[in-house]
Design a protein around this ligand. Sequence first.
Ligand code: NDP
Length: 293
Amino acid sequence: MARIIDGNAVSKEIREDLKKRVAKLQELQNITPGLAVILVGENPASQSYVRAKHRACKNIGIRTKDFNFPSDISEAEILNLVDTLNNDPEIHGILVQLPLSAHIDEQKVLLKIHPDKDVDGFHPQSIGKLVIGLDTFFPCTPFGIIKLLEHTGISPEGKHVCVVGRSNIVGKPIANLLMQKEKHANATVTVCHSRTPDIKNFTLQADIVIAAIGKPEFITADMVKEGAVVIDVGINRIDDPEKEKGYRLVGDVDFDNVSKIASAITPVPGGVGPMTITMLMYNTILSAERAHY
Ligand code: NDP
């Protein structure tokens, strides 16, 4: 039976350290790290992510500033707001909760965020720096996966990692991070996607499988090599009339069966999810430190 990689426990460890860094900023510079959160519309999943981010920030001592808009807000208003926040010295990070409304060009909004406040790490400048190995903000979910491996003593160095999914926010950045010439990386990386024939052929060769697909329980036990490490990024709601909310969350991995052959696996929930929020706070504090030390 696989060892469970507990994202809540690792998050807690990192958050304790972050609290100390916030206290130091306050003591030495009289600075409270500030995060602006922009939410458009009433997508329940987005609202729930934003609530979780607020709770976590409050607990650590990060000040949050909320900007909630109806779905018909104009693109120009959002762009103006981002501009104002770029110039607000009390704001160290700007978070635009995606998705935005269909009439708003997401890339245009993300490009408007000053790279020094790009705590989500989605700006092309941040991604470009990541690819060539320069210091920058790493996107929170891939950064969370790196920290999760690091804290659980699983080194990707010299290993074959198969990433399934090539999105700009998970698949591409985690693949790039893991191939860097760094202690936390040095992996041989394969990236699969919807046009990859016979994905199993690749996942079966991998020492570490990272699933970021968005398809419930897509990675089944016959696709995983015995003893492999499995990181499940997926968060999928599936109907479950027995649950009070009418649904439950499952990952992109068939946890019950894959955990019988993997050596270590992340659960959903409680694996990568908490790490994503933790690394958002990490980046916000890092941004405040860069601005004031
Ligand atoms: P996207 O939908 O942006 O990307 C999904 C990727 O999976 C694409 O590259 C797509 O390929 C690939 N894919 C889809 N179907 C298949 C298939 N049948 N076979 C092989 N590849 C396939 O998703 P995200 O990367 O944003 O998110 C992935 C999952 O992770 C989601 O469940 C999301 O909710 C979750 N997530 C969780 C986070 C966390 O904090 N734990 C944070 C962010 C996301 P192609 O490019 O060819 O279309």
